[in-house]
Ligand binder design. Sequence first.
Ligand SMILES: NC(=O)c1ccc[n+]([C@@H]2O[C@H](COP(=O)([O-])OP(=O)(O)OC[C@H]3O[C@@H](n4cnc5c(N)ncnc54)[C@H](O)[C@@H]3O)[C@@H](O)[C@H]2O)c1
Length: 356
Amino acid sequence: MSVYLVTGAAGFIGANYVHRLLEWESSDTEVVAVDYLGFAGNRANLDPVSDRVVFEQADIADPVAMEAIYRRHRPDYVVNFAAESHNDRAILGPSVFMRSNALGAQVMAECSRLVPVRSHVHVSTIEVYGELPEGERWFTEGSPLNAKTPYSAAKAAGDQMVRAYMQTYPELNIRMTHCANNYGPYQLPEKLIPLAVTNLLRGRKVPVYGDGLQSRDWLHVTDHCAAVHRVLHAELDPTPPQAATDPALLPIFDISARHEVTNLDMVHRVVTALGLDPAEWIEHIPDRPNHDRRYLINPEKAETRLGWRPVHDFDTAVAETVGWYVENRAWWERILEEKGELGVDWGAVSPAARRH
Ligand SMILES: NC(=O)c1ccc[n+]([C@@H]2O[C@H](COP(=O)([O-])OP(=O)(O)OC[C@H]3O[C@@H](n4cnc5c(N)ncnc54)[C@H](O)[C@@H]3O)[C@@H](O)[C@H]2O)c1
């Protein structure tokens, strides 16, 4: 029997991972789901598996609480998804992002040092590489971290610490992923696809920041979860000494379907999937400050070393995702009732408000 400790388990990707984990692993697998139920945390995301998981409400940046959880459950495998994840909210209040994404990442690695596990995956994002320079095809694991937004900079700070743990304590089996933008069920309606669907289903237009030509690299959440699971269980060769100067040799894997789509194109797909006319249902609003223009990463290392491949067809999976939000109206209506409207209108946010 194996014990998995999954943090951020009440969020979008963490909940999807817990659901899949219970299908992929044997019935005696124990899953400890950790989440502090912050802004994006939604305990209801775990309802379908509530009888199969032990839920621990805790802050991953609290070393005393986390060490106690490790000692209580003695996990074999740890996946750290917990992070504050929304670029808009990070601009309005960066401090909470630094605590979860940077300090939290270190506390988790430290707990895996104090109470050793078989392997530990730190889940990170494509966004730590910053904006793809003009003329460059994509980022790789060897690209420098060049985060420019408060969200991605806090993630990059956590990544840097996790890299230090990988180099200093290689016996701990700490690994890392950087993933493209995810889509799928259970995503908070502050993010592009669920925001668009939930607006349209309530007869509201979809707001698109600026010209909408910001380009993103999209991957279905289950493909991401499968990649994380492979990284967690991979038999990896020891890290060579050359990794000191070449981060591509560290146990770091970029995860992507090489599927680049502009935000405007993605919103068009959602509008047409609901049988509506994009000319009528999309409105351009002021862009958020410091908005990254383009990302793309090359997943070749994950493909060749781990044999991972995305299996979801983009057009079909986007249409199914839209269908999930149509069918699960009660799920998102409850969120909007509790949290209010989740889109940010940067035209209405004064520079002073951005500082509070
Ligand atoms: N969504 C994407 O497109 C994407 C892409 C690549 C990587 N990632 C990374 O994947 C991870 C999960 O992202 P998501 O989209 O599911 O985010 P999310 O915001 O939907 O969920 C994050 C969860 O973490 C919890 N959390 C935050 N800080 C915590 C803390 N200090 N202690 C305990 N719980 C805490 C929140 O309550 C929430 O339930 C993040 O690390 C994110 O950086 C996301």
